[in-house]
Design a protein around this ligand. Structure first.
Ligand code: 4AZ
Length: 845
C-alpha cells in the first residue's frame, strides 16, 4: 500500500551541490537604485553627502515599497520620496537606413539620430496634460533593423509624495496616444528630417532600463546560421555576482526569428530580486515580456523560447543572496514562420503549437482544419496543455488561447479529451504580444459513430473505457455515461435516477447519486433525535440532562442545559456555552469574554475573496491569505503551512524528519500565489517543534509548529486563520477547502499556481472502513469516495480550511492518504481540534 511515507515525505531530487541558503529577505535586500539616470554624490562635501545619502536611502526604501507591495509592480507607489514611472517602447522610422554603427552608442550615427528623436519625445512629453509636470527625461538606448529601423526609448517620470493621487493617471496606455500624436505630427513637418511611422509605449520596471552610458554588463550579439552560446558572468567560476544587471541584446537578419534555449539554468528560487527575463523587443516593457523565470531547471526540461521578430532581450538581475551558477544559453536564427496550421485529412494525426516543445512565439495565429470522411466523427486528446499567463483566469482566456467551436481553452490541463459529432472541425490558436508558454500537441482520430470504441465502452464524452468499468459505481467517463442503465449488485445501492453506488456511500452526507437519494433514507424517524455521529435516539432524551448519544451531542445545544459536553466551549471561568462553535464568531458568550479573547484578531477573513472558478482549480490571488509555501534549501517548494499569528505557523510533523529537521534550511513564503512571483514576504524559520508523540509509522499526531525568525507583516494578502476550539465540530458532509502547490495528479510534479479544491468531511466510521482502521482520533478523512478531488504530494502541512459564520477555521492539516484522488481513498488530515491544546502549550495562542 502506498503509505504516506512513500509519497508524503518531501522528495529530494536535486543535486546536493547547491545547498546554499539564501541569507537575504525580500524586504531588506535590494540596494539597486531604481533611478535610471541617478547622479553620483561627491565624497568631499560631508554634509551634502549625508543629505544625498538620506535622499538616496529614502529613494531605495521607496523603491522597495514600490517593488514589494501591491499587485501591479508598474503602478505601485513609493511611501516616501518620489515614485518613479518609466515607459518604454520603440519608434519605427521611415527614412533611415540601418547602420551597424547604431549598435555603438558612442558612434556619431547613434548620437546624432538619438539627439533628434529624444528632442521629439522630450518636447511631446512636456506637453501631455496630466503627466508633463512629472516628466524627467527621455533617452534612446538602442536600435534594430527589420522591415523598418526601430529606435528604442524610455521616458522617466517622477511624482513627489504630495502628488501621489496622480499616480493613477500613469496607466499602461496614458503615454501612447499623446506621444504618437505629438511625434507623428512633428515628424510630418517638412523641417524634420526623420520620419516616425509609429510609436509604441508600455510601462517598464525601472530596474530594467539603463541609459547607454551607464551599462556595465551589456552584450550585443548577432544570430548567425550556426548556434551561438553565451553565459551569465562567473558561470564557470563562483557564479554570477550580487546586484548585477546584465543584458544580452540578440539581433537576427530580417524576416528571421530567434530561438533561445537555456542549456543550464541555475538561479535563486526567490524571483523577487533575482531573475532572468526575456523580452520580444529590445525594450524591457511589460507588454513585450516573453517570460520571467528564476530557480533551477533540470537538464531534461530546458527552457526554450522564440521571438516573433529579429530581436530579443535577455536580462539577468540579481540581489545580495547567495551566489548561483547562472545560465548557459544558445541561440540561433530561424526563418520567420509565415504560416502555421493547415488542413489535416488523414483519419488520425497530430498538430502542435509552433516550435513545440519550445515556447510558442508571441503574436502568432494558427488555424488547423481537420476533415475526416463524412461518415466519421472526430475525437481529440491533448496531453499537457500549457497556456498559462500571470493574472489571466482560465475562465475568460483573454490573452493566449485555443478556440474550437467558439469555446476557448487556456491555462494548464494535464489531460484534455474532446469529442465532436461532426466530421470537420477548426482549431484556432492565438498568441498575443506578451507571455508565451509551451502550448500543446493535439492528437486526433476519426471514429465510426456506429462503433466508436471497438471492444470497449464508448462514453458520451468521447472516451473509450474498458467494459469492466461499466456500472461499477464510479464515474469513469467523466460524464456518468458508464453508470447509466445499470442493474445494481448486492453491495450496491440503486439511486432514484438508476445509477448504482457502493452501499458504503449512503448516509455520508455526500450527494453521490446526484439526486440525493443515497442521503434520503438516513434521517431519523419523526419522533427521534439525530446524534452528531448519525445515531437516532428518542426525541425526549435530547436535552434531558443525561448523555444519551455516545458522543454527548444530545446535550450540547440546549436552552436550559446542565451538562457540559465535549461540544461545548468552556469559558476561562469554567462555565459552559450551550451554543455550537461559539468561539471566535464575534459574539461574546462567556461573561469573561474568553470565547472571543483567544482568537487572533481578524483571523480567518478573506479580504481578497472573489468569485470561484466553477469546476476550476487555480486559487484567486489573496484568496487563502494564511497559506504558506515552505521551501527547503535549494529544492523549492516542499510542504505547505498555515499562518496562525505574525510569528507562528502550523504544518505537518512529517515534513521535518531526518535532514529536514534543520530549521535554518527552511524558508516560509507568505502572500504567494504563483511560485516565483515577486510580491511575497519571505521569512526564515527559527524553530521547528514537532509533536513529541508524532509516530512515523502511523502518522499519528502529524503536527508541527514553526516559529519565524522575524514576524510577518500582516496585510490583506497575508492573514492568520482561526484555530478552532477543542469543542468545535466539523460535521460529516461539511464542505471545506484544501489548498496547496502539491502535485496535480498522483506522481506529478508540484503546481506553479496555488490550487484549491472543495472537499467534504467524511463520516468517521466510513473513514475508518476505507482506511482499513488506520485512522486515529487525531485524524479525519476529507474528500470524496468517488476520487478525482484530493490533496496530493507537496500539499502536506497545508490547511484544510472550513468556514463558520463567515470566518475560516483550520479544521485539518494535510497529512497522508493512499495515493491521491483514488476511489475510496480520501485524504487524511490531522484533526486540529484534538491538537489544539498542544498548539496553545507551544505558542501561547
Ligand atoms: C503527500 O505526499 C500527500 N491524498 C499528501 C496528501 C495525500 C497523499 C499524499 C492525500 O504529501
Amino acid at each position: 500500500m502506498a503509505r504516506p511515507c512513500d509519497s508524503g515525505r518531501p522528495q529530494v531530487s536535486h543535486k546536493m551541490q547547491d545547498l546554499q541558503v539564501q541569507e537575504n529577505f525580500l524586504p531588506d535586500s535590494s540596494t539597486r537604485s531604481s533611478k535610471p539616470c541617478g547622479k553620483r554624490t561627491r565624497p568631499w562635501v560631508k554634509v551634502l553627502a549625508v543629505l544625498v545619502m538620506l535622499v538616496f536611502l529614502g529613494a531605495v526604501a521607496g523603491v522597495l515599497c514600490w517593488y514589494f507591495t501591491g499587485d501591479d509592480r508598474s503602478t505601485n507607489e513609493l511611501q516616501e520620496g518620489k515614485a518613479v514611472r518609466v515607459y518604454s517602447g520603440h519608434l519605427s522610422l521611415g527614412n533611415v537606413q540601418y547602420s551597424r554603427q547604431f549598435e555603438d552608442p558612442r558612434s556619431k550615427e547613434f548620437r546624432s539620430l538619438a539627439g533628434k528623436l529624444e528632442q521629439m519625445i522630450n518636447s511631446t512629453c512636456q506637453t501631455i496634460p496630466d503627466l508633463s509636470p512629472y516628466f524627467v527625461n527621455a533617452r534612446i538606448f538602442d536600435y534594430s533593423d527589420g522591415a523598418q529601423v526601430l529606435a528604442y526609448y524610455f521616458a522617466t517620470f517622477e511624482v513627489p509624495p504630495e502628488d501621489r493621487e496622480v499616480l493613477t493617471k500613469f496607466s499602461e496606455d496614458a503615454l501612447t496616444r499623446p506621444l504618437q500624436e505629438g511625434i507623428l505630427s512633428m515628424s510630418r513637418l517638412s523641417t524634420r528630417d526623420v520620419i516616425v511611422r509609429s510609436v509604441t509605449s508600455s510601462l517598464a520596471n525601472p530596474d530594467l532600463v539603463v541609459a547607454p552610458e551607464e551599462r556595465d554588463c551589456y552584450h550585443a550579439l548577432w544570430a548567425a546560421g550556426r548556434l551561438q552560446e553565451f553565459t551569465s558572468p562567473g558561470y564557470d567560476g563562483n557564479g554570477y555576482p550580487n546586484n548585477v544587471h546584465c543584458q544580452w541584446v540578440l539581433r537576427a537578419d530580417q524576416d528571421h526569428v530567434i530561438y533561445l534555449e537555456f542549456q543550464d539554468f541555475n538561479t535563486d528560487d526567490d524571483c523577487g530580486n533575482d531573475f532572468v527575463m526575456v523580452h520580444d523587443s529590445l525594450s524591457p516593457a511589460e507588454d513585450d515580456v516573453i517570460t520571467k523565470k528564476c530557480g533551477k531547471r533540470p537538464s531534461s526540461h530546458h527552457l526554450a523560447v522564440l521571438s516573433s521578430g529579429p530581436v530579443m532581450l535577455v536580462t539577468l538581475l540579481s540581489d545580495e543572496s547567495a551566489r548561483y551558477r547562472g545560465f548557459k544559453a544558445t541561440f540561433h536564427q530561424l526563418p520567420r514562420m509565415t504560416q502555421c496550421g493547415g488542413t489535416l485529412t488523414a483519419i488520425a494525426g497530430n498538430f502542435s503549437t509552433p516550435y513545440y516543445p519550445a515556447f510558442y512565439p508571441p503574436n502568432i495565429n494558427c488555424v488547423w482544419t481537420i476533415k475526416v470522411p463524412s461518415d466519421m466523427k472526430i475525437r481529440m486528446k491533448f496531453e499537457m496543455f500549457r497556456m498559462e499567463e500571470p493574472g489571466v483566469q482560465n475562465r475568460n482566456c483573454i490573452k493566449d488561447y485555443m478556440e474550437i467551436n467558439e469555446k476557448r481553452y487556456c491555462g494548464d490541463y494535464p489531460l484534455l479529451n474532446l469529442k465532436f459529432d461532426v466530421s470537420e472541425v477548426q482549431i484556432r490558436f492565438h498568441s498575443d504580444e506578451s507571455h508565451t508558454d509551451k502550448g500543446f500537441v493535439g492528437k486526433y482520430a476519426a471514429f465510426n459513430p456506429s462503433n466508436p470504441c471497438p471492444g470497449e465502452f464508448a462514453c458520451r464524452s468521447g472516451l473509450c473505457i474498458s467494459q469492466s468499468l461499466r456500472c461499477d459505481g464510479w464515474n469513469d467517463c467523466g460524464d456518468l455515461s458508464d453508470e447509466l442503465n445499470c442493474h445494481c449488485g448486492p453491495d450496491q445501492f440503486t439511486c432514484a435516477n438508476g445509477i448504482c453506488k457502493p452501499k458504503l456511500w449512503t448516509c455520508d452526507r455526500v450527494n453521490d447519486c446526484g439526486d440525493f437519494s443515497d442521503e434520503k433514507a438516513c434521517e431519523c424517524d419523526k419522533d427521534q433525535w439525530k446524534c452528531a455521529d448519525g445515531n437516532c435516539i428518542p426525541k425526549e432524551q435530547a436535552c434531558d440532562g443525561k448523555l444519551n448519544c455516545a458522543d454527548g451531542s444530545d446535550e450540547a445545544v440546549c436552552e436550559e442545559a446542565t451538562v457540559c459536553t465535549q461540544f461545548n466551549f468552556r469559558c476561562a471561568d469554567g462555565t459552559c456555552v450551550h451554543r455550537a462553535n461559539a468561539e471566535c464568531d464575534g459574539q461574546k458568550d462567556c461573561d469573561d469574554g474568553s470565547d472571543e479573547n483567544n482568537c487572533f484578531p481578524g483571523c480567518g477573513t478573506q479580504p481578497f475573496k472573489q468569485s470561484r472558478i466553477v469546476g476550476g482549480m487555480s486559487a484567486d490571488v489573496g484568496e487563502w491569505p494564511w497559506q504558506i509555501s515552505l521551501h527547503f534549501q535549494t529544492y523549492g517548494h516542499v510542504c505547505g503551512a498555515s499562518v496562525i499569528s505574525e510569528d507562528w505557523l502550523v504544518s505537518a510533523a512529517h515534513c521535518f524528519l531526518d535532514m529536514y529537521d534543520d530549521s535554518s534550511s527552511w524558508l516560509a513564503y507568505g502572500g504567494l500565489n504563483f511560485q516565483g512571483e515577486p510580491t511575497v514576504q519571505l521569512r526564515k524559520i527559527k524553530q521547528i517543534i514537532k509533536h513529541p508523540r508524532y509516530n512515523e509509522d502511523t502518522y499519528d499526531y502529524d503536527i508541527a509548529v514553526l516559529r519565524l525568525e522575524r514576524p510577518f507583516d500582516l496585510r490583506p494578502k497575508l492573514q492568520p486563520i482561526c484555530l478552532p476550539d477543542v469543542s468545535h465540530t466539523f460535521p460529516a458532509g461539511k464542505s471545506c477547502w484544501v489548498t496547496g502547490w502539491g502535485a496535480m495528479y498522483e506522481g506529478g510534479s508540484s503546481s506553479i499556481s496555488l490550487q484549491k479544491a472543495e472537499v467534504k468531511i467524511i463520516n468517521d466510521t466510513v473513514c475508518s472502513v476505507v482506511t482499513e482502521g488506520q485512522v486515529t482520533s487525531r485524524m479525519l478523512c476529507c474528500g470524496y469516495l468517488t476520487g478525482a478531488i484530493d490533496a496530493c504530494q507537496g500539499d502536506s502541512g497545508g490547511p484544510l480550511s472550513c468556514q463558520e459564520k463567515g470566518k475560516w477555521f483550520l479544521a485539518g492539516i494535510v497529512s497522508w492518504g493512499e495515493g491521491c484522488a483514488r476511489k475510496n481513498k480520501p485524504g487524511v488530515y490531522s484533526r486540529v481540534t484534538k491538537l489544539r491544546e498542544w498548539i496553545r502549550e507551544q505558542t501561547s495562542l
